[in-house]
Design a protein around this ligand. Structure first.
Ligand code: MN
Length: 234
């Protein structure tokens, strides 16, 4: 199919259910929903740590997914190291609203949104350790769709003792065969594009810090991919 112009909202690290800033986290979530509507995005991509800890209430989890479902457009959620409530087997994916997709496959999986001409690959953080490489199992591009790599981890080129958990190297980013890499884990908006690789960005968190942000990603068949940092109001 011919690629079409897409506008996406990329967010991460909402930490809903946080003990430290529960109200701010909820406020950040509402701002994300508002931004998705205001900018008429085609889809929302969540790059991990949607929830804060394993003891978040099922009620909060359901409310958040209902909030995403009410957007009426595709939402793809990758679990990060904090999303244990989604990964410990207690969450029933059958309760997800239409349009909301949760990546849960060990080893990673690709979600195809063929109505948008978009495919998204990600691997959940089941094992937040130096052994886990969030971009290590990126699947080869398998269609003409726009292709996004979704990952939750730390981009670093300096780890002499192999001590960093969920590490992503600049080499992995520069060689990633995708059109955009949507990252989470670092709570600050940051361009970590490596060499002539695909644009790779941290969206920053929408709450919990001094400058809450989200990213609006424009995927244009002519002009290419561009990323805008949107500063959210506290
Ligand atoms: Mn994290």
């Amino acid at each position: 199919m011919t690629r079409r112009l897409l506008k996406l909202l990329h967010t991460s690290d909402l930490h809903l259910g946080s003990d430290i800033y529960p109200d701010d986290a909820l406020h950040g979530f509402k701002l994300v929903l508002q931004l998705a509507r205001e900018r008429s995005v085609d889809a929302v991509i969540v790059a991990g740590d949607l929830f804060d800890n394993r003891s978040v209430s099922l009620q909060l989890v359901q409310e958040v997914f209902q909030g995403f479902g009410a957007l009426g457009r595709p939402v793809v959620v990758l679990p990060g190291n904090h999303d244990t409530a989604l990964m410990n087997g207690s969450f029933d994916v059958g309760t997800l609203p239409d349009g909301v997709q949760l990546i849960l496959e060990r080893g990673g999986e690709t979600v195809d949104l063929d109505q948008l001409g978009l495919s998204v690959w990600g691997e959940p953080v089941y094992d937040h350790s130096p052994d886990f490489r969030p971009m290590g199992a990126l699947q080869a591009r398998r269609s003409e769709n726009w292709y996004i790599g979704l990952a939750h981890g730390l981009v670093t080129d300096n780890d002499p003792y192999g001590e960093y958990s969920s590490k992503i190297t600049p080499e992995e980013l520069s060689s990633a065969d995708c059109d955009y890499v949507a990252l989470g884990h670092v709570h600050v908006f940051r361009d970590v594009t490596s060499g002539d690789g695909a644009p790779a960005f941290y969206s920053g968190a929408p709450s919990g810090g001094r400058s809450p942000t989200a990213a609006i990603v424009s995927m244009d068949p002519g002009a290419g991919v561009s990323v805008e940092a949107v500063r959210l109001k506290r």
